[in-house]
Design a protein around this ligand. Structure first.
Ligand SMILES: Nc1ncnc2c1ncn2[C@@H]1O[C@H](COP(=O)(O)OP(=O)(O)OP(=O)(O)O)[C@@H](O)[C@H]1O
Length: 866
């Protein structure tokens, strides 16, 4: 930036004054037909946008400059925001022609990742949430999530784990929080989100209350059921404040707030959402449950499905309502197809609605919205005639707002342009004056053509053409070969390489008439357009409610479609304890197997009498994790109201699903430590409930074998003895844990079957009773392409180790674990010292040993350890 302030031009002075108010944003400064950036902003813009960086001498110093044409704003804005910059758009606030002195300018919008409304910045199947967190200094967080592009506004309250879970479920594009807790937030939710901090004073209860009442135009917040969430309200207030600060004054489409009550939903923490690969594929990308299930017809449905996956229901009535409707729609093929067809034509009503108060809707979108409402009417009628009570209720909740829809359809032309500014979208017959002016404009144009013909005939200039440009309006163009025939009264205006352009008084008379009419036409069209948009303001919440119903219906039709296509069956969700799955499959893996491979289904049973905990052993790659995960996913899908990949499923109402994967399976950046594994497991242990389902995959694996076995062992004991008796599925490589079946009444051993043929292992992938004794890691190493000499050596070492173990270790270890204290890991079982001690002890005949000899022997052994 220039240092010589006194020498700055008035334009730069104006720029600098505005920039001062938005120091952390890239300022796009409108100058004529360009958006310019200066100084540091120009350097960023040129790097991110690939536009030329120039230097301009600005009095006493050079100043960097980079700009682009105003009509390219959408494209460039998108790139800057995607690159993580906040962008302030500074426009000319008055007509430059009418301005006295320097044109008035001001920031009209600030775009940040969480406040984007531009189509290019939004993914239509995904919400774009701005989240606010309010921390109360102890362990409570208020949370608010707003999607400005749809008007959805959700608030919640909870501890750190709840905050973490909601953030990973909603994946906000931006998170705002109190500046004073910056360090804490960074540590807790480290680097996962785009963040911005705000001053502490903004997070005040009375201020938030005031902003919320003003937004909703109500006297209290009672109607939203959020009274008890005072921290949540503060977060919601911060969201509204932030929108004000970022120049988003038109928020009429934010008509209500919805409370997210953790108690209403099946709880899954963020590890579970990640481990089960619900929303995003594993660490290498790939398919997720969402990608497999999402066959929705509308973007609204796609967004809702995501929410249903993260927030499965816990209310049996509501679950069954969905399941019954899925069943109904499977049977009613014609109705389902009719609904899907109508929904496909609905477009994204929710996002179109949000463009109304923002005044960003264009004529094409306006007509689309009206057509969507017509489809809503079709859907309403189709549902009303159904015998399904839920469908009838959904029908009752639809209001197609036919008056305004009809008005838009009758006033807007069939294929209107996407830009309003040029007019040409209001139908004939809507406005008398408009029709008259259009006649003049079109007749005028015809007259010009006639004139062209007449003059061509009169002068003999056969190639004569009437043209138009912005500089001198209508003109007659004569090619050089006819130049000599030009009559003297024509006034020459322009000379081109092979032609000349002339005007005539007659031409100018008509021009005035035509352009006058065109200007008026545009003004009338814009006035009618704005009238329609203003009228629509009264229907915002009504259209939003329609969008929600259509989204619900879309998800349910999608479930019906999935059930038919992928052979899912209706689960029986019940209030009891037993979980029984017949021929269950993993919905994602079964769809991603190589051609020719068939997913092996499995039966599974849990109950609280004698099968509360299943210890699952089996070779590497045999499908243990798949089995664990499919059990959780089938439970989850049932709670979403979806049919499930099984022949039959008897699913107990579940309030929490926990999954933990041993550290070495979880090699995510910075999270590969055993500490993380233990932290995660501790949070399960501390949150057990009677209706929870726990999946532990290789827990204990992140430490030494004996530590690992001991921890795994005691976790199983703890869960078994817990008064809640949580259903637990524990996959492990430690076959030593199979011993627990003999000691604990409700522990059962199972293994995944395989066959060894000619030194090769074939995975049968069937679940069978009993534990397995081998881990077969070496076979997997062979399959992975390790050199044969390495594999042979591994087999040799394994044999030696097993021989050493056989004599004593295992049994003793287990005794140690089950009560008799023995510090196994003090001695490395394979060390020389241990062998020496063992030999020394083996050679002792206790019956002949005197007490003094015993003491001497002990001293000798002590010496060996040193
Ligand atoms: N029931 C099944 N039918 C067909 N293929 C399966 C089945 N279960 C698993 N697979 C395939 O086997 C692969 C390995 O499965 P999985 O990761 O569940 O094994 P694992 O026993 O947990 O292995 P590890 O002990 O090494 O973690 C899966 O990626 C999948 O391709």
């Amino acid at each position: 930036m220039s240092k010589g302030k006194t020498a700055e031009t008035p334009l730069m002075q104006q720029h600098n004054a505005i920039k001062q108010k938005y120091p952390d944003a890239v300022l796009l400064f409108r100058v004529g037909d360009f958006y310019e950036t200066f100084g540091g902003d120009a350097i960023i813009a040129s790097q991110v946008l690939g536009i030329t960086l120039t230097k301009r001498n600005n009095g006493t110093a050079d100043n960097e400059l980079a700009g682009f044409p105003y009509h390219a704003l959408d494209t460039y804005l998108h790139k800057l925001v995607k690159a993580g910059y906040r962008v302030a758009i500074c426009d000319q606030l008055e007509d430059p022609k009418a301005a006295k002195g320097i044109v008035k300018r001001g920031v009209t919008e600030m775009v940040t990742p969480g406040t984007a409304t531009n189509d290019k910045l939004l993914d239509h199947g995904t919400n774009n949430f701005l989240a606010a967190l309010h921390y109360n200094g102890t362990d409570r967080y208020g949370m608010a999530f707003l999607d400005i592009s749809t008007g959805e506004f959700l608030i919640a309250e909870g501890d750190q784990e709840a905050a973490d879970k909601l953030l990973s479920g909603f994946k906000p594009a931006e998170v705002i929080f109190q500046r004073q807790y910056q360090k804490r937030f960074k540590e807790t939710f480290a680097g996962k989100y785009y963040t911005y901090t705000l001053d502490e004073w903004i997070f005040q209860e009375h201020y938030a209350h005031e902003l919320l009442l003003k937004q909703f135009n109500t006297h209290s917040l009672k109607g939203f059921g959020v009274e008890s969430l005072s921290l949540g309200q503060v977060a919601a207030g911060a969201v509204l404040h932030y929108l004000k600060e970022t120049e988003h004054p038109n928020l009429q489409h934010i008509t209500s707030m919805q409370r997210i009550d953790q108690a209403d939903y099946l709880w899954m923490d963020r590890f579970t959402i990640r481990n089960l690969e619900l929303l995003g594929g594993g660490y290498d990308g790939g398919n997720s449950l969402l990608t497999v299930l999402d066959n929705t017809a509308t973007p609204m449905g796609a967004r809702m499905l995501k929410r249903w996956i993260v927030f499965p229901l816990k209310d049996l009535g509501r679950i069954n309502e969905r399941l019954d409707l899925v069943e109904h729609l499977i049977l009613q093929t014609e109705l389902r197809q009719h609904l899907v067809q109508a929904m496909k034509l609905c477009g994204d009503m929710e996002r179109l609605v949000s463009k109304i108060p923002l005044k960003k809707i264009n004529p094409r979108e306006l007509l689309q919205l009206a057509r969507s409402l017509k489809q809503v009417d079709i859907i309403k009628h189709a549902c009303a005639q159904s015998s399904n009570a839920y469908l009838q209720r959904l029908s009752d909740a639809l209001n197609p707002c036919l008056s305004i829809a009809g008005k838009i359809i009758s006033e807007v032309m069939e294929n209107p342009p996407a830009v309003a500014a040029k007019g040409g979208f209001i139908q004939n017959g809507v406005h008398t004056e408009l029709d008259g002016l259009r006649a003049i404009a079109t007749n005028g144009k015809e007259y010009l053509l006639q004139m062209q013909q007449q003059e061509a005939d009169r002068t003999g200039i056969s190639s004569l053409k009437v043209g138009f440009n912005n500089v001198f309006g209508y003109f007659l163009e004569v090619t050089n070969s006819h130049k000599s025939k030009v009559p003297p009264e024509w006034i020459r205006k322009q000379t081109l390489a092979n032609a000349e352009r002339y005007i005539t008084p007659e031409l100018k008379d008509y021009e005035e008439k035509i352009t006058g009419a065109e200007e008026k036409i545009l003004a009338i069209e814009m006035q009618l357009f704005e009238g329609l948009v203003n009228e629509l303001q009264d229907f915002l919440s009504c259209i939003q409610a329609n969008a929600q119903v259509v989204a619900t219906l879309d998800c349910i039709c999608c479930f019906a479609q999935n059930a038919l296509q992928f052979n899912y069956k209706k689960p029986e969700v019940h209030n009891g304890e037993d979980l029984t799955i017949s021929e269950g499959r993993h919905p994602v893996i079964e769809r991603t197997l190589p051609p020719g491979d068939v997913y092996v289904s499995n039966d599974l049973k849990f109950n609280k009498e004698d099968q509360q905990i299943i210890i699952l052993t089996g070779p590497n790659m045999s499908g243990k994790s798949a089995l664990l995960r499919q059990t959780a996913i089938i439970t989850l899908m049932a709670h979403m109201g979806s049919f499930v990949p099984a022949v039959a499923a008897h699913i107990p109402l579940t309030d929490k699903i926990f999954t933990r994967v041993g550290a070495s399976d979880n090699l995510n950046a910075g999270e590969s430590t055993f500490m993380v594994e233990m932290n995660e497991t501790a949070s399960i242990i501390n949150n057990i409930s009677p209706r929870c389902l726990i999946l532990l995959d290789e827990i204990g694996r992140g430490t030494s074998t004996y530590d690992g076995i001991s921890i795994a062992w005691s976790i199983v004991e703890y869960l078994h003895h817990s008064p809640h008796q949580p259903k637990t599925f524990f996959a492990t490589h430690y076959h030593e844990l199979n011993e627990l079946e003999n000691k604990l009444a409700r522990v059962r051993n199972f293994h995944v079957t395989n066959k060894e043929i000619g030194g090769k292992i074939i995975f049968l992938r069937k679940l069978a009773e009993g534990g397995s004794t081998h881990s077969f890691g070496i076979h997997v190493a062979r399959m992975a392409g390790m050199p044969p000499e390495l594999i042979n050596r591994a087999n040799e070492v394994l044999t030696q180790l097993e021989q050493k173990h056989e004599s004593n270790d295992n049994r003793q270890n287990l005794q140690a674990l089950s009560g008799q204290r023995m510090q196994l890991n003090i001695f490395d079982t394979h060390s020389q010292t241990f062998d020496e001690i063992r030999n020394a002890l083996n050679n002792v005949d206790i019956n002949r040993l005197t007490p003094v000899e015993a003491l001497l022997k002990l001293n000798e052994i002590k010496g060996m350890i040193k």
